[in-house]
Design a binder for this molecule. Sequence first.
Ligand code: UFG
Length: 329
Amino acid sequence: MVLVAGGAGYVGSHVAKALRNAGRQYAVLDNLEKGHEAAVLGAPLLHGDLRDQDGLRAALRSAQPSAVMLFAGYTSVGESVRNPSKYWANNVLGLINLLQAAGEVGVRRFIFSSSAAVYGEPQSIPIPEDHPKEPTNPYGESKLFGEKLIRWHCEAAGAGAISLRYFNAAGADPDGELGEDHRPEEHLIPLAIDAALGRRPELTIFGDDYPTRDGTCVRDYVHVTDLAAAHVLALDHLEDSTGHVAYNLGSERGFTVREVVETVASVASRPVPHSVGARRAGDPAVLVASNALAKERLGWTPRYADLSTIVEHALKWRAAHPNGYGIEA
Ligand code: UFG
């Protein structure tokens, strides 16, 4: 039994579906603050919050998982800069509670949702896992500290863990059952789609004076279903191993913000109204993963590597769900 903490959220729900497709037994634990009940497909949903130690203990005792996957946590870089304590309380203290409770019921396998934000401003591109880690915001710091907490926990408990450092998670379930519904939405692809569909007046491009081919930031977009597949591979890889390892999950290809806007316009067959605004604080110019280690050690190959396919799936879900997981229009 795998406990998917945060399994009602964007990445967590896609991973839960991949577990279901792989015939694994799992349960979702979520406080539904950011997640959506409708994103939990045919699995038990345990309501619980990582900050509630007693509730967490009770959930783990009842589920008796052999592995825990952790997606629960706050993910907004900008908010983390404005309110760091909120990130320490959830992403760090919540993880400590989870590790304690998991230790009490003898969980020996952990998969941790980490981020490219652990690296900070890159010194070389593509970024390998052993690149220096100097996060430039509390969100990235909370993920880096989370990896360290897990590493020490594994050492003490003889357990095994894999941290997966996502680059830009994007797209939606190709079957159209799941999608991206952040509130507020801050990510480029859904915002560009909403501008194309006339659901927002325009997209603001955050800066066009970066040292890149067209002046806008370069990011490595990876399909959320490919991320999900990597989690199932990671779980199998952990079977009897101990200790902690981190893998990048990215496509090794970078696209500028303008290229993404053009791709959305082309896939939607509609223009994306946009203007250029100021840089967003804390945005590195270029973030592109080296994914060699995940390919070699996990046998992972992104299946939907093409940006147009990523945008097509995101568009399909967003067009069909104007209110996300809310009431249908
Ligand atoms: N962008 C815009 N306009 C917008 C929104 C985004 O121009 O309205 C730009 C950003 O400046 C950035 C790119 O589009 O250059 C992608 O931005 P996202 O907000 O979609 O994603 P980020 O690259 O900021 O964030 C992602 C993850 C974070 C992670 C971070 C690592 O969502 O969880 O990568 O730096 F921390």
